[in-house]
Design a protein around this ligand. Structure first.
Ligand code: SF4
Length: 62
C-alpha cells in the first residue's frame, strides 16, 4: 500500500497530521507523506486520514 498527498488539492487543514502524525507532516502550507510505502500498523490510520481529508487529497494505491 502506497500513499501520497496531491499538493494541488491539499488545503492545509492538518487533519491528516492530527490523525496519523507517523505518516503525515506539514511542509509549509501543505501536507506531505513521510513514507511512500505504508507500514502494516499504519494502514488503518492512513485510510482514516484519507477518508477524513476534506479535499480528498490523500491518494492511496493498494
Ligand atoms: S487532511 Fe487533506 S487537506 Fe488536510 S492537510 Fe491533510 S492532505 Fe491536506
Amino acid at each position: 500500500m502506497r500513499v501520497r498527498v496531491d499538493q494541488a488539492l491539499c488545503v492545509g487543514d492538518e487533519t491528516c497530521v492530527d490523525i496519523c502524525p507517523e505518516l503525515f507532516e506539514m511542509d509549509g502550507d501543505v501536507a506531505v507523506s513521510k513514507k511512500d510505502e505504508v507500514p502494516e500498523e499504519l494502514k488503518e490510520a492512513c485510510r482514516e486520514a484519507a477518508e477524513s481529508c476534506p479535499a480528498e487529497a490523500i491518494i492511496i494505491e493498494e
